[in-house]
Design a protein around this ligand. Structure first.
Ligand code: HEC
Ligand code: HEC
Ligand code: HEC
Ligand code: HEC
Ligand code: HEC
Length: 349
């Protein structure tokens, strides 16, 4: 109903904009406030109706968007300067303009991620406002270059990656191979935070604990973009399209798996990651790295850890928080799990 009212309002605005031209010479009212600058030489009716018309196109996208986590999630309340860049529409847009990863102030009246967060809605009031707000590569919050197109993938992934990236975990690991140098984080929430999907897919996040550069990436890296899988053909509002819920249609396009994928646990790869993570967590707990008492599953901050051990813990959190269980980058996730388990076994755990 809310949406219907919005459209009635939009339609009403256009009608009243048109009718103003006729009524102004017959009826004199008090002067209204100055309007926003219009687009010189453009007929508002002509440009507005490129989008606001009787087609169901916007209606269908809104229908899908309303079922997305961006629309339904509760984290828009995280509006402080360090959370708002990813958890509010205004914060995201401000940080694109300033190039910072924090907003100047806490965001008042935070809006959820919506059409105008990702598109340039109502910037020029023409159809070019469908352009995406961000598609270029960029330097992420860890100071690394992020580019989701390295093997020829499309650039829309960079839009998502500005939010779906890791946060800086402190103190920073400088040598993930070191078994002598130690670090002692103060926060039990140590790790990459939620949503490190872009560094997982791009193959840049997490640590190579053997320093052998033996970690390899899946075929998906740099060739598939977030919306290839999360924005495939819409199935009503249940998956695909602007719901951004991945579906099998995305996997099975002719240029990709062409019908071979019948479940996300393709070739049992998700099961391998899930089982590997359980074993890794168990061994990290035996080694006293994963807390089992005060904050189970988080870092034990009561002792210092070697950089190598902390890197294994970080990798464990990185894979867990990515949440695709290997779909984004099976080879890298599995390599990090195997290396971590092998090292812990070499210590007798
Ligand atoms: C690029 C396509 C596009 C153009 C051009 C466009 N709009 Fe919109 N408009 C949108 C979208 C998308 C929404 C948001 C729908 C939502 O979030 O519910 C919207 C929402 C609105 C709303 C509801 C209030 C709001 O801001 O959410 C009004 C009123 C409106 N538009 C008026 C106009 C007018 C008047 C023009 C021309 C001067 C215009 N629009 C041009 C796409 C467009
Ligand atoms: C402005 C930052 C931002 C952008 C841009 C963004 N996301 Fe998100 N995304 C979030 C946040 C924050 C959440 C969690 C929302 C909540 O639960 O309140 C989320 C949730 C999600 C979820 C659901 C995760 C869950 O909780 O189950 C998916 C899937 C997703 N985003 C995919 C995408 C894709 C694909 C793109 C690019 C087309 C994208 N996102 C762009 C910030 C962003
Ligand atoms: C999380 C980011 C995100 C949000 C929120 C979002 N979109 Fe999109 N939208 C995209 C991406 C990415 C594409 C694909 C663009 C491409 O493939 O070039 C797209 C494509 C579109 C297209 C096709 C544009 C074209 O050029 O043909 C329309 C129409 C559209 N979106 C409307 C909407 C509307 C309406 C809303 C709000 C209800 C919305 N979008 C919200 C990211 C978003
Ligand atoms: C760089 C972008 C970014 C920043 C900054 C950020 N978040 Fe998030 N956050 C995300 C994304 C993306 C998700 C959704 C990830 C997912 O569902 O996999 C998320 C999810 C969450 C969730 C939901 C977790 C869940 O399991 O449902 C909470 C709570 C949260 N963030 C809190 C915060 C707080 C508090 C801050 C500030 C201290 C913050 N975030 C800063 C990107 C960010
Ligand atoms: C190759 C296809 C593919 C690509 C590319 C991809 N994803 Fe996923 N992603 C998936 C699948 C499939 C799942 C769901 C796994 C499951 O539910 O078991 C998933 C899970 C997720 C989740 C956890 C919530 C959920 O939907 O289960 C988030 C958040 C997410 N992806 C965001 C992203 C972002 C952001 C990008 C781009 C940086 C991206 N994904 C790229 C296929 C993909």
């Amino acid at each position: 109903m809310k949406r219907v009212l919005t459209f009635l309002f939009a339609a009403g605005m256009m009608v009243s904009a048109a009718s103003l031209m006729f009524t102004s010479c017959t009826k004199e009212g008090p002067q209204g406030p100055a309007g926003a600058d219009g687009q010189d030489g453009q007929d508002a009716n002509a440009t507005c109706t490129q989008c606001h018309n009787f087609s169901d196109m916007i209606v269908a996208k809104i229908f899908q968007y309303d079922a997305s986590q961006h629309a339904t999630g509760s984290t828009t309340a995280r509006n402080s300067t360090d959370c708002a860049p990813c958890h509010s529409s205004q914060g995201y847009i401000e940080c694109i303009e300033t190039g910072e990863w924090v907003t100047a102030e806490a965001i008042q009246n935070p809006a959820p991620i919506n059409c105008r967060t990702c598109h340039m809605i109502h910037e020029s009031y023409t159809a070019t406002d469908w352009d995406l707000r961000w598609v270029a590569s960029f330097t992420n919050a860890l100071g690394e270059v992020t580019d989701m197109t390295t093997n020829g993938g499309d650039a829309t992934g960079n839009l998502c990656a500005r939010c779906h990236q890791s946060r800086l975990a402190e103190p920073v690991i400088t040598d993930p191979t070191s078994t002598t140098s130690t670090l002692q984080p103060t926060s039990y929430r140590y790790g990459p935070h939620h949503g490190p999907q872009s560094p997982m897919l791009a193959g840049t996040g997490g640590y190579d604990i053997n320093g052998s550069d033996a970690l390899t990436n899946s075929f998906h890296t740099g060739r598939t973009s977030c919306v290839d899988c999360h924005g495939a053909e819409a199935a009503g509002a249940t998956s695909g399209g602007h719901t951004l819920w991945a579906n099998l249609t995305g996997c099975n396009t002719p240029v990709c798996h062409d019908g071979a994928v019948t479940s996300f646990d393709y070739e049992g790869k998700q099961t391998i990651i899930e089982e590997g993570l359980i074993i890794l967590e168990h061994k990290l707990a035996l080694a006293g790295v994963v807390d089992t008492v005060a904050h189970p599953g988080y870092l034990n901050t009561s002792i210092a850890h070697t950089q190598k051990m902390l890197a294994i813990f970080y990798n464990y959190k990185f894979i867990e928080e990515d949440r695709s269980m290997g779909v984004h980058n099976f080879k890298r996730a599995n390599g990090m799990i195997e290396d971590g388990i092998a090292y812990l076994e070499s210590l007798g755990y």
